[in-house]
Design a protein around this ligand. Structure first.
Ligand SMILES: Cc1cc2nc3c(=O)[nH]c(=O)nc-3n(C[C@H](O)[C@H](O)[C@H](O)COP(=O)(O)OP(=O)(O)OC[C@H]3O[C@@H](n4cnc5c(N)ncnc54)[C@H](O)[C@@H]3O)c2cc1C
Length: 404
């Protein structure tokens, strides 16, 4: 088995690295952070994305007929990896929305959403969770009632991250009022500016003080979204009416793999290794400590397992295969590695590991302390590790469904 990238792929990586070194100035970075916080896109950030677009790196693996480059999943991985590493930007083709549109959308939807996403005129937030159901997603109550060629939506979503900046919500609703559990659910792609939608912020533990750039799960804000007689055309439906569970599962699986999923868990290891190697106060001398060296080597090895699992999933996707348990296995290993890593780092750094952004003695603006606050949630969101273990037991090991 050959784990190396091809020459073309390495050339692409070098080109992206050079672009980032040249174009991602501190001023551009500041505008990207402001945009993430919901302050709209500044002119420098707009020019930055235009340049990336012109180079064909947005939607690099998406089909050419919809404006992509038709490149393979590994090219997308490289684009994602370099931009995520540099500025936590999810670029290249991953994320909520388009992968599911490509898998389940009509021709008209593909022609609208894919080029729009590539130009970054369209972005999705994910509307699954509700106040009474997160893990138990099949309990969805948010309802869309069909009246001929329109749906009327009523209900509430919670933890809708990025709703304040997204143009559309990828919304799971119950379209059959008499249905139970997974049956009778549908996915609607709803423009966020539709009358009747209200967004209310939910500030996270990372908001005060604001987590510094490079924090994993450093989002200062998520949201509640309310739907009050929201009227949308039936053309907003993604996939068949009532087939929302299957559409969502496929979308979620595609969303669980990719460079950024791997990096959110592994960048912590890289950051601590780089810090210890510098050998400066307050970590001076630690690079000679056998306990620290041993722990870092262990974390690094675990991190490489994350990488290999990602590669396996990409290779499967590239060959047109469907995930059975692979995305779930990845979604257990990587977040749990992230938790182990942040805990080990806080033991290595001692009291300094507790200091948040703004403290004069904080290391790297408190990034390690903020990572410690954020790590646990990656074991819960996007399918908790407990639920993922159940998927691996059933779909990977062929064990029967658990009786309650
Ligand atoms: C910061 C943040 C951002 C988020 N962003 C989004 C978003 O953009 N869009 C969106 O739709 N959702 C989002 N979520 C919601 C996230 O997906 C849910 O929090 C998650 O699905 C868990 O649901 P819950 O919070 O209701 O917890 P619960 O479902 O109450 O689960 C709590 C714990 O109990 C465990 N548990 C529950 N049921 C079982 C079971 N049957 N067997 C074993 N263990 C079980 C879970 O594994 C978990 O550890 C976000 C959450 C957070 C914290």
């Amino acid at each position: 088995m050959d784990f190396a990238f091809t020459e073309d792929e390495e050339r692409l990586r070098a080109e992206i690295k050079a672009f980032i070194a040249r174009q991602l100035t501190p001023e551009v970075k500041a505008q990207l952070i402001a945009e993430r916080e919901g302050h709209g896109r500044g002119p420098l950030a707009a020019a930055f994305f235009r340049d990336i677009y012109e180079r064909g790196w947005l939607g690099v693996s998406w089909p050419k007929q919809y404006g992509g480059q038709g490149a393979n999943r590994f090219a997308q991985y490289i684009v994602e990896e370099e931009f995520y590493r540099a500025a936590q930007l999810v670029i290249g083709g991953g994320g909520t929305g388009v992968p599911a549109v490509l898998a389940a959308g009509t021709e008209e939807q593909k022609r609208y959403y894919v080029p729009g996403s590539i130009r970054r005129e369209i972005s999705f937030c994910q509307g699954y969770s509700e106040p009474h159901c997160g893990t138990d997603l099949a309990g969805i109550r948010c309802r869309a009632t069909r009246h001929g060629e329109i749906f009327i939506i009523n209900g509430q979503k919670i933890y809708t991250t990025g709703a304040q900046a997204a143009t559309h919500i990828y919304l799971m609703v119950r379209t059959d009022p008499n249905s139970k559990r997974q049956a009778g659910l549908s996915i609607l792609l709803v423009p966020m500016n539709t009358p009747g939608i209200t967004i209310r912020p939910l500030w996270t533990i990372q908001s005060d003080p604001p987590a510094p750039p490079k924090t994993t799960y450093g989002e200062p804000r998520t949201n509640e979204v309310f739907f009050d007689n929201v009227e949308v055309p039936a053309t907003c439906l993604l996939g068949a009416e009532g087939d929302g569970w299957a559409v969502a599962q496929r979308g979620l699986n595609l969303d669980r793999v990719g460079a950024w999923r791997y990096l959110i868990s592994v960048m912590r290891d890289e950051d601590i290794v780089n810090l210890i190697k510098k050998d400066e106060p307050p970590t001076e001398g630690l690079r000679q400590d056998p306990r620290v060296r041993d722990k870092l080597a262990e974390l690094w090895t675990e991190g490489q397992v994350c990488r290999l699992m990602t590669m396996r999933s990409l290779s499967l996707e590239q060959r047109g295969g469907r995930f059975k348990y692979e995305g779930s296995a990845e979604k257990i290993w990587a977040p749990e590695h992230g938790v182990r890593a942040t805990e080990a780092i806080s033991q290595i750094l001692g009291p300094y590991a507790q200091l948040l952004n703004g403290s004069p003695h904080a290391i790297n603006n408190g990034v390690f302390a903020h990572n410690l606050l954020g790590a646990f949630q990656s074991t819960v969101n996007h399918g908790s590790v407990q639920v993922m273990r159940d998927q691996v037991a059933r779909k990977g090991l062929g064990m029967p469904k658990q009786r309650n």
